[in-house]
Ligand binder design. Structure first.
Ligand code: CA
Length: 453
């Protein structure tokens, strides 16, 4: 071997090393995505929105290291349709998902139709591994299972709620469920298989989140961590209850303990990312699927009117945070009016992947990066189909809420800039604005299966 051959080999191996490093760099530029979804956690019951008696230091850390949204809305004021809007980027009435689905393992039509693309199937186009953890609630039939909807892994349950203590996970399979709430007592699923769980459910989901980060740390991944806390039943371990000896109301104390357990889980996820040096290029989004029902889970939405099932702010405005250490300026806030439909197009824009053309959401990436060209929704529209029907519309600072859609009409008009608590109905003072918004509301409803926001 001549000295020239040796020199050539050294140069070649040097180039090969550089190429490999660059390839790794390119692959690493695809950010990981972690979407943490709380269940029935109200806007005001988190430290970063002013809650004083339930410390949430870990969730607050996402706020202090990222951007806090003050006008973030769900797509529906209860669990199932809200998740359908979030995961598809589409107004869920368009595909007939206007109510909570029943737990129906034998019904392929009870859940998210197969015509719909999910966040996980969009990410699959960019070679992401997607993991769904916790509550699914988008269909219990095998054809609607997370692994059929773009996810590569699943750990959790398919029903709309679940018991928290593993000694209550008794049912071996869905065929043993005789009524809807039996879905709360099934053994958990790992992918398609029933397994034995030994931990308090919130802790189990946190453990799984950390384990899956480890499993997929060397490639781009999407983790959908759908905690069912603090949804009923109110159940917490002594570890978390002990933190709230100052709260005398037993239900409020348990709710607080459940939120605290969830916050611990967020801390474990953040710590794991730090440990693996993935914090810089992992996007973390924290949301709640709807606000809580104050009488049922003893949440406290402070000055906001209403709760779960309402279209007042206390039912549909939720806590929302996004952290992306390498891109988002820390400790910022955004007043941009956004809704669950916007998450999918935002992710698609970040990754430059194609999505279906019929999306209702608008990317809020400019708001994350503090760019000036943020496109705004002309207005947001909600319809709740139960309790005689409710409709609402938000256009800029104006909000119109209509109760009893099917019988007597009751219109409430508010200026959210001056009255964020929606106390004073100013419909008589602003007849022209009332007329404009009623017209918008009725026209949107008429075209509800085919309208654009
Ligand atoms: Ca919920």
């Amino acid at each position: 071997m001549t000295k020239y051959t040796i020199l050539f080999m050294l140069l070649f191996s040097g180039f090969a090393l550089l190429y490999a490093q660059n390839l790794t760099k390119i692959l690493n530029t695809q950010p990981n995505l972690i979407l943490i979804l709380a269940d029935d956690l109200v806007y005001k019951d988190v430290g970063f929105n002013g809650c004083l008696n339930i410390p949430t230091p870990n969730i607050d850390k996402i706020a202090s290291q990222g951007v806090k949204f003050t006008n973030a809305y769900v797509s529906y004021p209860v669990c199932g349709p809200s998740r359908a809007g979030l995961i598809t980027g589409r107004y869920q009435d368009r595909f007939g998902f206007g109510r909570n689905p029943l737990f129906a393992p034998n019904d392929p039509n009870m859940g998210l139709p197969l015509s719909e693309e999910t966040l996980a199937s969009v990410l699959k186009k960019a070679n992401y591994k997607s993991v769904a953890l916790g509550k699914w609630h988008l269909g219990a039939h095998k054809s609607l299972h997370p692994l059929e909807r773009g996810f590569s892994d699943f750990y959790g349950f398919l029903s709309g709620g679940h018991e928290y203590f593993p000694e209550k996970f008794l049912l071996e399979d869905a065929y043993q469920c005789k009524d809807q709430f039996d879905g709360y007592r099934t053994k958990l699923l790992r992918d398609y298989d029933r397994i034995e769980e030994t931990e308090y459910l919130t802790d189990a989901l946190s453990r799984e989140a950390v384990d899956y980060i480890d499993k997929y740390k060397d490639q781009p991944f999407f983790l959908y961590v759908a905690y069912n806390a603090p949804h009923t039943p109110l159940q917490a371990t002594d570890k978390y209850l002990k933190r709230f000896s100052n709260i005398k109301n037993k239900k409020r104390k348990t709710y607080a303990a459940m939120v605290s357990g969830l916050d611990d889980g967020v801390g474990r996820v953040l710590d794991k990312l730090e440990q693996l040096e993935l914090s810089e290029n992992t996007i973390i989004c924290f949301l709640s699927d709807n606000d809580g029902h104050e009488k049922r889970n003893n949440s406290n939405n402070g000055h906001l009117r209403g709760g779960k099932s309402d279209l007042f702010e206390g039912g549909i405005r939720v806590p929302m945070l996004v952290k992306w250490k390498s891109k988002i300026k820390k400790g910022t806030r955004s007043n941009h009016i956004s809704a669950f439909w916007d998450v999918l197009p935002t992710v698609a824009e970040i990754l430059n992947v194609e999505m279906l053309s019929n999306i209702d959401g608008i990317s809020f990436l400019p708001s994350l990066l503090k760019k000036s060209h943020q496109q705004r929704h002309d207005y947001l529209y909600w319809e709740f189909h139960e309790l005689n029907g409710r409709q609402a519309i938000r256009k800029d600072n104006w909000k119109l809420v209509k109760y009893n859609v099917k019988t007597e009409s009751n219109y409430f008009l508010f200026d959210l800039n001056t009255d964020p608590s929606e106390i004073k109905n100013i419909s008589k003072e602003h007849p022209e604005k009332l007329k404009e918004l009623i017209s918008m509301l009725e026209n949107t409803r008429t075209a509800s299966k085919d309208f654009k926001f």
